[in-house]
Ligand binder design. Structure first.
Ligand SMILES: NC(=O)c1ccc[n+]([C@@H]2O[C@H](COP(=O)([O-])OP(=O)(O)OC[C@H]3O[C@@H](n4cnc5c(N)ncnc54)[C@H](O)[C@@H]3O)[C@@H](O)[C@H]2O)c1
Length: 231
């Protein structure tokens, strides 16, 4: 079976009703990134950060996977599919994808904010009723925080992602502006024979060194075009 690796970003969940990051109308225009998605923000005002992610979690729990997530899951009938996602939602899993690696964490889980264990932390906590409350702590008394990789924090799953991409026969990049590093660099880990496809309704800058077939469409219609190319 050929190995098909999907590298997804916020755009794959846009048609489910989750705002993307940098698109006009995107969630982040209403907030300054450094106010909500950095360790400094947590230090300065952890209650505001908790509130922001509690709202986003509510949104994730209200929406459903769209046809693009479903089509990606169904590719497992024909390919050895590995999804590497920058998304913190669980829509790939809910659509039925069985191998999903989250590069930037999972919003439905909490972890301790203990600085000593933060980056080796392997223990995640379920979140009751979708809300992390002020005063909810780990066993050592540190406030729980969302299991999300913030700007400036290490990406622990990156070496695993690099390994997965390096053995792909086909790489599908979908719904990512490729503005966030180190995820954007993953394209360069492909072997020379790997076919690379990119689905995005907007123009995404990729190096001409890579032979990328661009499908300039939204995720749901782009997946139909993509399936015609590969099947
Ligand atoms: N759903 C989520 O979990 C979510 C949502 C917003 C942001 N984020 C985080 O923000 C960071 C963003 O980087 P990114 O590259 O994923 O997102 P991004 O917002 O930087 O880029 C989104 C891309 O999706 C494209 N897009 C918009 N609508 C689309 C559609 N219907 N179909 C396909 N593509 C569409 C845009 O043109 C853009 O290129 C990541 O770290 C991610 O964790 C996650």
């Amino acid at each position: 079976m050929k190995k098909l690796v999907v590298l997804s970003g916020a755009g794959v969940s846009a048609e489910s009703g989750i705002s993307t990051f940098r698109d006009s109308g995107g969630l982040w225009e209403q907030y300054r990134i450094e106010e909500v998605a950095t360790p400094e923000a947590w230090e300065a005002n952890f209650e505001m950060v908790l509130e922001f992610y509690n709202m986003r979690r509510k949104n994730v729990l209200e929406v459903k996977p769209n046809q693009a997530h479903i089509d990606i899951a169904e590719l497992e009938n024909t390919f050895d599919v590995h999804v590497i996602t920058q998304n913190i939602d669980d829509l790939h899993e809910r659509a039925g994808s069985s191998k999903v690696l989250h590069l930037h964490g999972e919003i439905l889980l909490a972890k301790s904010s203990n600085p000593a264990t933060l980056h080796q932390e392997e223990e995640y906590y379920p979140i009751n009723e979708g809300v992390i409350k002020k005063g909810e702590t780990c066993e050592k008394g540190f406030q729980l925080r969302p299991h999300v990789v913030w700007f400036g924090e290490p990406v622990p799953n990156l070496p695993i992602a690099e390994e997965i991409v390096s053995t792909a026969d086909i790489l599908l990049v979908i719904g990512t502006s490729l503005n966030v590093y180190p995820a954007a660099n993953l394209l360069y880990y492909t072997k020379p024979q790997c076919e690379i496809y990119l689905i995005d309704p907007n123009q995404v800058n990729v190096s001409h060194d890579l032979n990328v077939k661009v499908i300039q469409e939204k995720a749901t219609s782009g997946m139909k075009t993509f399936k015609n190319f590969i099947q």
